[in-house]
Design a protein around this ligand. Sequence first.
Ligand SMILES: [Zn+2]
Ligand SMILES: [Zn+2]
Length: 209
Amino acid sequence: MAAAEGIADGTFERAFAFIGAGGHHAGRDYFGGYCCYNDVVIAIAHLRATRGIRRFAILDTDAHHGDGTRDLTEQDPAVLHVCICGASYTSPDGTKVDVPLPAALWRGTGDPDALYIETAEAAFAERAAAFRPDLTVWYFGFDGHRGDYGDMGLSARCFLGLADLACRVADEASGGRLLTVLGGGSRTDLATALIPPVIERLGRRLAEA
Ligand SMILES: [Zn+2]
Ligand SMILES: [Zn+2]
């Protein structure tokens, strides 16, 4: 909440919410996958109620489908939810999107980091720019890292690239306002290796990147 409020109030432009539990599997009347409360959707409701901010674009790069976030925003055309989960779906109004990953990623015949970043960019960048959100949200799960429970063969390079992508999209689409919320991932060693450099990357101006 404090991170979302700080961005909405202009205290800072980007924030990283270091949340030790998941959020995107918590729906209207259920929870699962260690997600008790849907942090992102609660932040959206809070900003709408207290700051009058209406439009939100969410990039969900957790390895799994954000079913709770989808459930809570399904009837809400002012939330763009782009979920890189391997499914293939676009809602009639185009604001709810599930994105398949290239076969080469699963076959291991290409560079998984590059394939993943290209997929996320193609699915999210233009859509978010056209959507004109007040705030861009990156739901940053690292469970798709090699060796974690959603293993997609990804490495640290992928998540640093996604941080750059999220910053670039937020700069173009939402006046720089970017809230990053920690999602899935279970390995302490990966968290220790990944999270500080991602935060460092989010702290840079794009010209320095
Ligand atoms: Zn996950
Ligand atoms: Zn999905």
